[in-house]
Design a protein around this ligand. Structure first.
Ligand code: FES
Length: 112
């Protein structure tokens, strides 16, 4: 009985300062990956522009190279400005916190 579908769980790894963190959430429980990481890991100075795609403090390396759903707000210009342009570097505030995060692995990048 029941009839109600079980809510799908999303789990992925985040590496920060050499430590691995397993993050568990539900699809679209958070607005984007930056807000999710900020809420789970309590990182100071992470995501300073709150998702406008301008500050570059939410940079992550996407380790699995899987396609992720994205916003496209200022991301390319900000990454270029930081000199971090490679295919696997993204602003986490521009990545949707949906089911495509499941099984992913990210490394939080420090800015110099
Ligand atoms: S939070 Fe500022 S660029 Fe992502």
């Amino acid at each position: 009985m029941g009839g109600e579908k079980a809510k799908k769980i999303v789990q992925f790894q985040v590496e920060y300062e050499g430590r691995q963190h397993l993050i568990t959430t539900f699809p679209n429980e958070y607005r984007n990956l930056m807000v999710l990481i900020y809420d789970k890991l309590f990182l100071d100075e992470f995501g300073e522009c709150r998702g406008m795609g301008r500050c570059g403090t939410c940079l992550v390396k996407v380790n699995n190279h899987l396609e992720l759903n994205a916003y496209d707000r200022n991301e390319e210009a900000t990454i270029n400005k930081l000199g971090m342009r490679t295919e696997c570097v993204r602003l986490s505030c521009q990545i949707l916190a949906d089911e495509k995060l499941d099984g992913q692995s990210f490394t939080i990048l420090e800015q110099s």
